[in-house]
Design a protein around this ligand. Structure first.
Ligand SMILES: NC(=O)c1ccc[n+]([C@@H]2O[C@H](COP(=O)([O-])OP(=O)(O)OC[C@H]3O[C@@H](n4cnc5c(N)ncnc54)[C@H](OP(=O)(O)O)[C@@H]3O)[C@@H](O)[C@H]2O)c1
Length: 269
C-alpha cells in the first residue's frame, strides 16, 4: 500500500512576525514546512517576508496587519481568520515593546503602551485563540517573555513587570491545560540582537559597551523556542549565559537580588 503520509504541517500565527525574534520564529516554522499567518502593524515588511518565505519554502503565508495594542484587535483578527476558514494550530505571542529609563522619566502614556501590547494584547490573543484549540483537543502556544521576567530590573521596571506577567500567566495556563492536548510555553530570551536592542542602545552607552558573548542571535533564540514549543516544555531559556543568570536569580534572596539589579541598572544607565 502506498498510503500518503499524514499532513503534519500546522498553521502558525506569529505576532510581531515582521522583525527580530518574531521574523526568526516565522522563518524557523516555515523551514519545518508549516503554514504561516504573520501579524504586525507595518504591512510592507510583512508582505516582503511573506513573499520570501513562499519562494524559499513553498509554504502558504497569509499577512494580516493589525495593531494588537488596540482593544478588540485580537478578537477582530480571530473573526477575520474564521471567515477565511483558517484554523490556528500554533499561536506565537511574540509582539512586544520595551522602554528603557527610570520610571519617573517615562511618561504615563508610554507605560500604558507597554501594558496595552505586552499584557493586554497578549492576553486578548490567548482569549481569542486558546478556546478553539481546546475544543479540538490540540494546539501549542509560545509566549515570548524574557529573562527580565525572573527578577526586578531597575531601569526597565514596567517592561520587566510585563514580562513577569507573561511568565506567570504561562505557568498557570500550562498547568490548567495539562492533559488537554494544548501546551503553553514561555520563551525567555536574554539580550538579543534585534531592532529592539538597537533602539535601547541608541539611548544607553552602557548597552553599547556590553561584551558580545552576552548578546544572543535571533535565529538561535527562535530555534530554541521552536524546539521547546513543539516539545510542550513550559519554560525555555536560550543560551548558557542566560540559564546561569536565571539559576543565580532563583538562588539569591530577594532583597539581595534587588540590590544587585539596582547596582547593575545604575552602572548601565
Ligand atoms: N531583543 C531582545 O533583547 C529581547 C530580549 C528578551 C525578550 N524579547 C522579546 O521578544 C519579542 C520580540 O522582540 P524583538 O527584539 O524581536 O523586537 P523587534 O525587532 O522590535 O520586533 C517587534 C515586532 O513586533 C511588532 N509590533 C510592535 N508593536 C506592535 C503592535 N502594537 N501590534 C502588532 N505588532 C507590533 C513589530 O512590527 P510593527 O512595528 O510593524 O508593528 C515587529 O514585528 C518581544 O516580546 C520582546 O519583549 C526581546
Amino acid at each position: 500500500m502506498n498510503a500518503k503520509p499524514a499532513d503534519r504541517s500546522m498553521t502558525v500565527l506569529v505576532t510581531g512576525g515582521s522583525s527580530g525574534i518574531g521574523e526568526a520564529l516565522a522563518r524557523c516554522f516555515a523551514r519545518h514546512g508549516h503554514r504561516l499567518v504573520l501579524v504586525a502593524r507595518g504591512v510592507d515588511k510583512l508582505d516582503a517576508l511573506g513573499r520570501a518565505l513562499r519562494a524559499e519554502h513553498g509554504v502558504r503565508v497569509d499577512v494580516m496587519p493589525a495593531d494588537l495594542s488596540v482593544p478588540g484587535a485580537a478578537a477582530a483578527l480571530a473573526a477575520a481568520l474564521r471567515r477565511k476558514r483558517c484554523r490556528i494550530d500554533v499561536l506565537v505571542n511574540n509582539a512586544g515593546v520595551l522602554e528603557q529609563g527610570t520610571f519617573a522619566r517615562i511618561g504615563a502614556a508610554r507605560h500604558q503602551q507597554l501594558i496595552d501590547l505586552n499584557v493586554s494584547g497578549l492576553t486578548a490573543m490567548l482569549a481569542a485563540f486558546v478556546p478553539p484549540m481546546l475544543s479540538r483537543g490540540r494546539g501549542h502556544v509560545l509566549n515570548v517573555a524574557s529573562i527580565a521576567a525572573f527578577q526586578p530590573v531597575p531601569g526597565l521596571a514596567t517592561y520587566a513587570a510585563t514580562k513577569a506577567y507573561v511568565l506567570s500567566l504561562t505557568e498557570s495556563l500550562a498547568e490548567e491545560l495539562r492533559d488537554s492536548g494544548v501546551t503553553v510555553t514561555a520563551l525567555c530570551p536574554g539580550i538579543t540582537a534585534t531592532a529592539m536592542l538597537t533602539g535601547a542602545a541608541a539611548h544607553n552607552a552602557g548597552l553599547r559597551r556590553l561584551p558580545g558573548f552576552v548578546i544572543g542571535e535571533a535565529d538561535a533564540v527562535a530555534a530554541e523556542g521552536y524546539r521547546a514549543c513543539m516539545a510542550g516544555e513550559v519554560i525555555a531559556v536560550p543560551g548558557a549565559v542566560n540559564q546561569a543568570a536565571v539559576l543565580a536569580a532563583r538562588a539569591t534572596p530577594k532583597w539581595l537580588l534587588r540590590r544587585i539589579a539596582g547596582a547593575v541598572g545604575r552602572k548601565l544607565g
